[in-house]
Design a binder for this molecule. Structure first.
Ligand SMILES: NC(=O)c1ccc[n+]([C@@H]2O[C@H](COP(=O)([O-])OP(=O)(O)OC[C@H]3O[C@@H](n4cnc5c(N)ncnc54)[C@H](O)[C@@H]3O)[C@@H](O)[C@H]2O)c1
Length: 250
């Protein structure tokens, strides 16, 4: 129940899917949470309901590509809770299956901007405050697409970039007791993947391709993030936690 007592966590992309699951779980484990997303109405609906049940969760409309929005998120989190210990860079988009020749450069830039520049800006803005708090944990939600190919050039490059960005900051921030790790989910049922993997064909493909024979749940990712966010993982930095039912173990 209290694995994150006295911690303050920012979770991006928290209107639904994995972000909402992480924000809920972190609050249940004692954290004060700032949940953010570009979809304000969807975000506020579940956060208001959670607040009525006593959860310590605030929310803000936030475009992760905007420095001004990040400044607001940092300022509001400090005003509300007084510190920042944990940053979960979860917001992301999947542009669908494309190949290099059919990927317009505008789409390439959009995917990079949300999936890679967004987490970079978040870390840049939050690091000074996590340092002031005496150290903490940053978790970047990458993908198995950041480790193996086959998911389209822009998505793969953005998630592979996020994987190595995490390792670079893990090295440079270790002296400040700021740990940086990445999580690499496989196929997880969320609004992003509903149409792809929730179909009959998608479920059948997962049965065949995935050693555990099924699609993952958002809570199975949230528990991985909880471990990396908590003081249970104080010797873990620069690591990549693959949560994929064994999909890329073959
Ligand atoms: N679902 C999967 O199978 C899977 C697998 C591997 C990795 N991922 C990654 O997990 C993360 C969470 O995705 P999800 O599956 O929960 O999907 P999701 O679509 O439910 O969540 C992504 C959230 O990011 C938000 N977002 C998009 N652009 C934004 C922006 N510019 N600023 C702020 N928020 C923005 C969306 O509004 C959405 O709520 C993503 O980074 C995704 O790439 C998902």
């Amino acid at each position: 129940m209290n694995r994150l007592s006295n911690k303050v966590a920012i979770v991006t992309g928290a209107a639904g899917g994995m972000g909402a699951a992480m924000a809920r779980l972190f609050a249940k484990e004692g954290a004060n949470v700032m949940a953010t997303d570009i979809q304000e109405e969807k975000l506020s609906t579940w956060v208001n309901a959670a607040q009525q049940n006593g959860a310590r969760i605030g929310y803000l409309k936030h475009d992760v590509t905007s420095q001004e929005d990040w400044q607001q998120v940092v300022d509001q989190t400090l005003a509300l809770y007084g510190r920042i210990d944990i940053l979960i860079n979860n917001a992301g988009i999947y542009p669908g299956p494309t190949d290099a020749e059919s990927t317009p450069v505008e789409l390439w830039h959009k995917v990079m901007s949300i999936n890679l520049t967004g987490p970079f800006l978040g870390m840049q803005m939050c690091i000074p405050h996590i340092r002031t708090a005496g150290g903490g944990s940053i978790v970047n939600i990458s993908s198995i697409a950041g480790i193996v190919g086959g998911n389209g050039p822009a998505y793969s490059a953005s998630k592979g970039g996020l994987r190595l960005l995490s390792k670079d900051l893990a090295v440079s921030l270790a002296k400040d007791k700021i740990r940086v790790n990445s999580i690499h989910p496989g196929g997880v049922l969320t609004p992003m993947t509903e149409e792809i993997i929730a179909s009959e064909a998608g479920r059948e493909a997962m049965k065949t391709l995935c050693p555990l024979g099924r699609i993952g749940t958002v809570d199975e990712i949230a528990y991985g993030a909880l471990y990396l966010a908590s003081d249970e993982s104080t010797y873990t930095t620069g690591s990549e936690l693959v949560i994929d039912g064994g999909l890329i173990a073959r």
